[in-house]
Design a protein around this ligand. Structure first.
Ligand code: ZN
Length: 160
């Protein structure tokens, strides 16, 4: 067996001797705590990485990406600077809340578990299950969630 092509030249180059006082080490992994460039989906501008104090009346729930002109923001995965999804404005935030308000009881109080409830929702919306998260939805999709939940609840009510 000959060695795989393309592999033989990949030996690591000798790194430069760091300057005095420079203790940083180079890592190939992207730093999860390093703020990213996150664009605002409404205006196309670049959002600002800032404290959630700015939008939660002084309470700090961690860092967010904020677009001031659109009053749109998104939180981060805990302990990282990775955004939870795209920025949401007031309209989308309330649409998501409404979707959760209708959908969550299906698996919290209903006869489906969380996994089954999301699988059902994915079928209703024609989405692959792995992309089926209310946090990733737009206003239209949130409204579809509400409609699907309402018709399911009505159907169950008629059957009982
Ligand atoms: Zn914006």
């Amino acid at each position: 067996m000959s060695p795989k092509p393309g592999r033989k030249n990949r030996t690591r180059k000798i790194e430069k001797v760091p300057k005095k006082g420079n203790t940083r080490t180079k890592t190939k992994k992207t730093n999860k705590r390093k703020p990213q460039v996150v664009m605002c989906p409404y205006c196309g501008g670049r959002s600002e990485y800032t404290s959630s104090r700015e939008v939660y009346h002084g309470k700090d729930y961690g860092m967010i990406y904020l677009c001031r002109p659109c009053e749109a923001y998104v939180g981060c995965h805990q302990g990282t600077a990775i955004p939870l999804g795209r920025l949401a404005n007031a309209e989308l935030r309330s649409a998501k809340m409404e979707a959760h308000r209708m959908f969550d009881p299906l698996w919290k109080d209903g006869d489906m578990n969380r996994h089954n409830a999301y699988a059902w929702l994915a079928r209703e919306l024609g989405l692959p299950t792995r992309y089926c998260h209310i946090g990733m939805f737009d206003v239209d999709q949130c409204q579809k969630v509400v409609e699907a939940c309402v018709s399911l609840v009505n159907k169950k009510f008629r059957e009982s």
